[in-house]
Design a protein around this ligand. Structure first.
Ligand code: NAD
Length: 298
């Protein structure tokens, strides 16, 4: 197909401090392999640049300029809700949008963080038991993973956060939506609870290059409990390394990151991305950032 006949897509990412985001590279590489002329631009904007009306005008301007959609990340995932024309029911339930699609119907807000996690979870840990699960962290990532876990049928979800109000906020939000399932919150010791968890989802920043260390000691878990990590810089966090060394089933943070890009691409283009190809792109990019890191494709 010549470039002249290729379908064009123009997409952006709105966020603060996103200069090193790997999302553009994932979109561009897969978009082009899908036969599209795919452009992806970063809008790295500090949170106090716009008031709500200014933000709405900025995003509306992107639509008028011919953008097909906009990925949205911290600190805008809640703010864009006020001016989206409609929301997917999941984005409304989570209260966060990470993708705005611009089309004839206006501006539609979606959330592919939860589907990205959920899809990755099912491909990597789908056969593992998940009746009773611990989630560490109740921030932006935790809102998506908790929703995913509840949608995946977790019966008893314990949400642990140093900030008790944040954990309680998620329980208050999701409790009424998942009436047959139990959500417990903690901010203190998990002492007697450890053996009951089938697995743990780690969604705090601990383990990032900037926040090294462990938010929890995985040795407390039952021997066959699995670990799902959301931190992916570095890919081999202390939690991932320690859980693998103990022979656990582990899903690393790249899986959710690739998953949200794959699901965004599908919604934006109507085409089916090749999930393995996108994951492999992301692993390659992460490996290039940290050549000494052992990268395992799972
Ligand atoms: P956030 O600041 O919104 O929330 C983090 C939460 O963790 C806070 O509520 C905080 O109180 C809690 N916390 C911090 N340390 C803790 C500890 N030791 N024990 C218990 N709770 C603790 O951050 P976020 O946006 O949710 O991001 C969290 C991590 O997830 C970051 O590393 C981010 O890069 C990563 N992330 C990954 C993906 C992905 O696609 N894989 C997507 C989003 C975020």
């Amino acid at each position: 197909m010549s470039v002249g006949t290729m379908k064009r897509f123009r997409v952006g990412l709105l966020g603060e401090g996103i200069g090193e985001s790997l999302t553009p590279a994932m979109h561009i590489a897969e978009g082009r392999r899908l036969g599209l002329e795919y452009a992806y631009e970063l809008f790295d904007i500090t949170s106090d640049t716009f008031d709500e009306a200014g933000l709405a005008a900025f995003v509306t301007g992107l639509r008028a300029a011919g953008f097909d959609g906009l990925n949205v990340t911290h600190p805008y995932k809640q703010r864009v809700i006020s001016f989206a024309d409609q929301l997917s029911s999941d984005a409304r339930s989570i209260g966060a949008v990470n993708l705005l699609v611009f089309d004839q119907g206006g501006m539609t807000g979606h959330n592919t963080d939860w589907t990205g996690f959920s899809g990755a979870f099912m491909s990597h840990l789908g056969r593992a038991p998940r009746s009773t699960v611990l989630q560490m962290g109740a921030g932006g990532a935790g809102a998506a993973t908790a929703y995913a876990l509840l949608r995946l049928g977790v019966e008893r979800l314990t949400i642990h956060d140093l900030d008790a109000d944040r954990a309680q906020g998620l329980a208050d939000r999701y409790g009424p939506m998942f009436l047959g399932q139990t959500i417990t919150v903690t901010s203190g010791d998990l002492d007697g609870l450890w053996p009951s968890f089938d697995g743990v989802v780690h969604a705090t920043p601990t383990g990032m290059d900037k926040h090294p260390g462990l938010a929890m000691d995985p040795d407390h878990l039952a021997p066959d409990a699995w670990v799902a990590e959301v931190v992916y810089r570095p890919l081999d966090t202390a939690l991932v390394v320690s859980a693998r060394a103990a022979g656990r089933q582990v899903m690393d943070g790249s899986m959710m990151a690739a998953g949200q890009a794959i699901d965004s691409l599908r919604i934006l283009t109507g085409l089916e991305p090749d999930a393995d190809r996108v994951r492999s792109d992301l692993l390659g990019l992460l490996q290039a950032e940290a050549p000494a890191t052992r990268v395992v494709a799972e």
